[in-house]
Structure formats: structure tokens, C-alpha cells
Design a protein around this ligand. Structure first.
Ligand code: SAM
Length: 361
């Protein structure tokens, strides 16, 4: 297939477009991008017939900041006839063989979401037809390609596939998280999503285990601290503001009324550093670099508030600088990843893991 369809947050199409254009070029894939403001998706149109296939296979979704999900696809199918949308979609998906799952989706906009009920109903006859043609297996299989159909309007859809090892496990790339009734702020969901996104499920037991020590910079009223406490961690919460009373009652939180840019941990036993201070992104990055060079944590999750313009350029520049500075300062092995998560608004979330050569807990 020629094209690559990418889901992003509405309003971030330009950033997603700039990113895919650059990343495709780095892989030697030429093409141009179709992106309209507030449509919550971008289509990279390749020049060669298999450019979409190449990108779906060779470009790791996790390495993209602004794309929540992506799939290789053909051209837009417009004017799908109301009386039979199944046949043209089945024909368009003819190159896919033995898919493991079907997702009939929409972009994440209010207008497109009006099609959600239709998508749910339509999944049933489409699935039957795709199974008959061998495009889908009779039983769901998580190791086979995922077949995507994305309706961008009534009778208008892109159809294609993603590879299960290079795809979001979530419908439309959006994890469904429940807001805990006793959490002190809605931003608690940002850290919950970050843990789910950056830490593989099978590693939660070690890397998010009970008893680990954590520092939360800019902690109040305590939404992020709540996620650490919920997992049984002991938290130093740094903020001049008031901390949620119930969290303090757990006995797991020490509240330091201090400046997050000056605070230093008294002991070298911090596993998690998290930071949600509203500050210039370059200043937050510098602070994280300092903590990493001092070896004051093993893993960090922090937000970078985004500027109004050139958001992709600015974030990628900050990440490139961070990479270079950590290397220059002899931080031996680390993993740096960044994502515009569903619960992020005008910010992105960064994960920095100082990978140990010896056991790290
Ligand atoms: N993560 C928190 C939660 O989930 O409840 C929300 C954090 S809020 C977006 C930002 C916080 O950073 C504010 O409470 C503010 O007081 C704090 N903050 C900003 N600058 C700070 C600084 N220099 N030192 C400590 N805290 C700071």
C-alpha cells in the first residue's frame, strides 16, 4: 500500500505532518503529506506503491511523538454507497491476508465521533465479508496484522492494516482510563497513562513495585503523587502549594515546601523522579539532565509544556540536546522516549530510563 494514515490530537496535524515527513525521509521514503487543521489525522502519501507498507514495518510507532496510531492504507475511498459499503472496502483490503483483528474507527474529533455508533454496527457485516475472503482469520489473533477502517465522514474511509508489534493496542490509539473518584486532580490520568504507555505490562511488577522511593516535583494537589502512592511507593512531594489531606494520611508522603529547581534528595535511594512543573520546557529538560548526571534516579517521567509554534521542531531539538548532554557527561546507557499522550493537552510526556548494567532495585 502506498500511504500511511496517522491519528493525532486535533490541532496537532502540522506537527504530526512535519514529523512523519522528516522520519520518512530519513528512511529514504519520499512523499508528501495531506493534513487539514482540526481533523485529527494526517495522511503521508508515498510515491512508490509499497511506501506505506515500508513505513508501517520499518518506522517504530513508539519513536513518533505526535502519532497515537498509524496504519498503511490506499487512497481515500469516497462516495461509498449507502446500500453497500462492505464490497468496496473488502476489495480495497484485498492485499491483506489472515488479519487478526478488525477495528472500524474514526478520528478523535466531535464530528467524526458521531459516526461511532455506525462504526460499531458496521463492524459486524464487514468482519463477515473479510473472513469470507481470508482477509481476516475466523478467530481473533493478537500476533497477526490489525485491519483498520477509518471513517472520516459519512461514506468516506481509509482502509489498511498495521502490524501488531508496531501498533497501539488501543482502539483509535486511545487508552480508556477511569478517573479514580478519590484522586485529587484530573492530571492523575496523565501519569497513569504514561506508566501504561512507557512501561511494558510484564515489567510493572518490578519497575513500578511497592516500596520504591519516588520524588514528585511540582506535586500539588497530588494527582501524580496519588498514582505513586496507589502503587505502594514512598513519595517526597515537592511544592509550595497545599497537598491533598488524604494522601498525607497514608503515611507514604513527605511534603517538602521547597523550590523544585533547588531540591536535592537526602539519600541516593530514589527510583522514580516525576515532574509536572509548569515551566519553560528547556528549563525542565535542563533540570532532568542535572538529576540524571548526578545519578539521583533510575527512571523519570516529566512533561514538557509546548510552545505555540514549531512544536515538533522545538521538542525534537530539546530531546536531541538532552541526548547529547547525557552522552557528553558519561551517562552510560539510557533510553529516552517522548509521546503526546491522549491525556496531554499542550504538552508532551518524556520517559528517561537510566538503564543499569547491574540490578537496579
Ligand atoms: N501533577 C500535579 C497533580 O497531578 O496534581 C499537578 C501539578 S500543577 C500542573 C503544577 C504544580 O507545580 C503547581 O502546584 C505549582 O505550585 C508547582 N510548581 C511550579 N513551579 C514550581 C517550583 N519551582 N517548585 C515547586 N513547585 C512548583
Amino acid at each position: 500500500m502506498k500511504n500511511l494514515f496517522l491519528y493525532c490530537r486535533a490541532g496537532y496535524e502540522k506537527d504530526c505532518a512535519a514529523e512523519i515527513q522528516q522520519r520518512a525521509a530519513e528512511l529514504g521514503v519520499g512523499g508528501f503529506v495531506k493534513a487539514n487543521r482540526d481533523e485529527a489525522f494526517v495522511v503521508f502519501q508515498g510515491f512508490a506503491d509499497d511506501d506505506g507498507d515500508r513505513l508501517a514495518a520499518e518506522l517504530p510507532l513508539d519513536s513518533l511523538i505526535f502519532a497515537r496510531q498509524m496504519f498503511a492504507c490506499g487512497d481515500l475511498l469516497s462516495d461509498l454507497p449507502a446500500e453497500d459499503r462492505v464490497s468496496p472496502l473488502t476489495a480495497a483490503l484485498g492485499e491483506v491476508s489472515r488479519g487478526g483483528e478488525l477495528r472500524v474507527e474514526t478520528p478523535d474529533t466531535n464530528e467524526a465521533k458521531e459516526l461511532s455508533a455506525f462504526c460499531r454496527k458496521f463492524t459486524v457485516p464487514l468482519r463477515q465479508s473479510l473472513r469470507k475472503q481470508g482477509i481476516l482469520l475466523d478467530k481473533e489473533n493478537p500476533r497477526r496484522p490489525i485491519v483498520h477502517v477509518c471513517f472520516i465522514g459519512p461514506g468516506k474511509a481509509y482502509a489498511g492494516y498495521s502490524l501488531s508489534h508496531n501498533s497501539s493496542p488501543h482502539y483509535m490509539g486511545i487508552p480508556r482510563l477511569k478517573f479514580p473518584a478519590d484522586a485529587p486532580s484530573r492530571s492523575t490520568l496523565k501519569l497513569d497513562e504514561a506508566f501504561i504507555h512507557f512501561i511494558p505490562r510484564e515489567e510493572h511488577e518490578t519497575r513500578l513495585q511497592s516500596g520504591l522511593n519516588a520524588v514528585d516535583l511540582g506535586a500539588c494537589p497530588g494527582g501524580w503523587t496519588y498514582q505513586l502512592v496507589r502503587r505502594g511507593m514512598m513519595v517526597h512531594a515537592i511544592d509550595n502549594g497545599p497537598m491533598n489531606h488524604d494522601l498525607m494520611e497514608t503515611g507514604q508522603v513527605t511534603h517538602h515546601r521547597a523550590d523544585g529547581f533547588k531540591f536535592e534528595p537526602a539519600r541516593r535511594n530514589i527510583y522514580w523522579l516525576v515532574c509536572d512543573m509548569v515551566e519553560k520546557p528547556a528549563r525542565v529538560a535542563e533540570l532532568m539532565e542535572y538529576w540524571a548526571i548526578q545519578g539521583w534516579f533510575k527512571e523519570a517521567i516529566f512533561n514538557l509544556k509546548l510552545p505555540m509554534k514549531s512544536r515538533y521542531k522545538e521538542v525534537s531539538q530539546i530531546l536531541a540536546n538532552m541526548h547529547a548532554i547525557l552522552k557528553e557527561n558519561g551517562v552510560p546507557e539510557f533510553h529516552l522516549a517522548c509521546k503526546h499522550l491522549y491525556h496531554d493537552r499542550d504538552e508532551v510526556t518524556v520517559h528517561l530510563w537510566l538503564k543499569p548494567s547491574s540490578p537496579w532495585i
